[in-house]
Design a protein around this ligand. Structure first.
Ligand SMILES: Cc1ncc(COP(=O)(O)O)c(C=O)c1O
Length: 343
């Protein structure tokens, strides 16, 4: 049986054209700064997001952690959204790599009101940690791919700067936010002090993320990348995949979003789970089993048995993610299987 994989947009395989681009990439040793494909990708992304410089790294986690390391001193505090990837899924790395404390604050569907953040800032007293950085996420993974409006980001940045703090954006799926909202990538970039972007999620590259910010921040992050063991040699093959992904796959995200919407529409009104369609803003759909007759884990098991792989969401929910390697037939079959085995 051919499995339909709705677990994540990270499960996609490189296309034949992407592999060709990787094979043909001009290469050099990037630890010496001599890989032309990596340099091109860094320059292009910095220009695209209106930032001074970029640093290519293997993963989104490394990119976020380099930002935290470059922004903070040991003993500082970083304000993060309570459901964010940085707080939940990065293995307490800020405490290990940067010796900082995370201060989780709940947002509304992942979005902060500036007051949420300003009331979390520590007063200036010797017994408090120093609040130096705020991190947000767009789109928001655990909330089900919800958007952080750029106006709300601007308001937050004003509040952060008023308190001498930087604003970092985990933009692993900023591409989805851009396609869903129509906000130019440059506007997102210019609204934050640093941004992490991923090529390995909806864009379909096999590996690769990038930290973007001022030249000064990236110079610091470059040193820490070496310390974290993230210096790669002929990384141009990966950069070429990323360049190909941005050029050829960005506009295809609209199809993932349309598929997520039609999946949500087709399955709303089922007895065993609920879907909050207002939350279906990009390429994810949360199926909420709380209070219903079936547990999400049982639903996951039944779907697996019928050829549909789906991941757990937060609480008693499942998360369906739409991506490049799914076509209309696969989505229709997934809907049919859900209707049959979950009713
Ligand atoms: C919002 C968000 N940030 C960061 C990451 C980390 O990316 P990576 O798996 O490349 O480390 C992920 C991974 O799914 C993510 O969803």
């Amino acid at each position: 049986m051919n499995m339909i994989d709705l677990r994540s947009d990270t499960v996609t395989l490189p296309t034949a054209d992407m592999k060709r681009a990787m094979m043909l990439a001009p290469l050099g040793d990037d630890v010496y700064g001599e890989d032309p494909s990596v340099n091109l990708l860094q320059d292009q992304m910095a220009a695209l997001f209106g930032k001074e410089a970029g640093l290519f790294v293997p993963t989104g986690v490394m990119s976020n952690q380099l930002a935290i390391k470059a922004w903070t001193q040991p003993g500082d505090e970083v304000i993060v959204e309570k459901e964010s990837h940085i707080f939940n899924y990065e293995t307490a790395a800020p405490s290990m790599m940067s010796a900082v404390q995370l201060h989780p604050v709940a947002g509304t569907l992942g979005v902060f009101h500036p007051g949420d953040v300003t009331s979390a800032v520590r007063p200036d007293a010797y017994y408090y940690p120093r609040s130096t950085l705020v991190c947000i996420e767009n789109t928001h993974n655990r909330m089900g791919g919800t958007l952080y409006p750029v106006e709300a980001m601007r308001d937050l940045r004003t509040a952060c700067h008023a308190h001498g703090m930087g604003l970092h954006l985990d933009g692993a799926r900023i591409w989805n936010a851009h396609i869903a909202s129509g906000t130019p990538l440059r506007d997102y970039g210019e609204t934050v002090d640093s941004i992490s972007i991923c090529f390995s999620k909806g864009l379909g590259a096999p590996v690769g993320s990038m930290l973007l910010g001022t030249q000064m921040l990236i110079t610091k992050a470059h040193k820490y990348r070496k310390i974290f063991g993230g210096g790669m040699r002929q990384a141009g093959m990966l950069a070429a995949a990323a360049l190909h992904a941005v050029e050829h796959h960005l506009s295809l995200l609209a199809e993932d979003h349309a598929r997520a919407r039609s999946f949500a529409e087709a399955l709303s009104g089922m007895q065993s789970f609920g879907i909050d369609r207002a939350r279906v803003q990009s390429n994810m759909v949360l199926l909420d089993f709380a209070g219903g007759p079936m547990r999400a884990t049982e639903a996951q098991r039944r779907l697996h048995a019928e050829g549909v792989e789906i991941g757990m969401g937060t609480g008693d929910s499942l998360r369906a993610v739409f991506h490049l390697d799914l076509d209309t037939d696969a989505v229709e079959r997934a809907i049919e299987v859900c209707r049959t085995v979950l009713d």
